[in-house]
Write a protein that binds this ligand. Structure first.
Ligand code: SF4
Length: 88
């Protein structure tokens, strides 16, 4: 004689709901990791560091984030530095 086990639809629904929530949570955690690898290296960008102001420098660039960061190039960057991605 075999005993049949009935599956409870409420348990299955709760299990699937928790799986969807866990998957969404993992996907949200992965987003910052992808955005970190977006920046170019200083070598690829042709970044140069200066110790004096020039007509084009990081301090005047739209990508510059004070005091020493940049949205396009891996930091730190000098406010007087410059690279090929410079934007007025
Ligand atoms: S010049 Fe280059 S390194 Fe400097 S802020 Fe602009 S993009 Fe960044």
């Amino acid at each position: 004689m075999t005993k049949r086990i009935k599956s409870n639809p409420l348990h299955r629904r709760r299990f699937l709901k928790r799986g969807v929530i866990a998957t969404a949570g993992l996907a949200l955690e992965a987003v910052p990791v992808q955005s970190k690898s977006f920046k170019a290296s200083q070598k690829v960008a042709g970044y140069i560091e200066r110790d004096h102001p020039e007509s084009q420098m990081c301090l005047q660039c739209h990508a510059f984030i004070p005091p020493t960061d940049c949205t396009h190039v891996e930091g730190p960057v000098s406010p007087w530095g410059w690279c090929n991605y410079y934007e007025d």
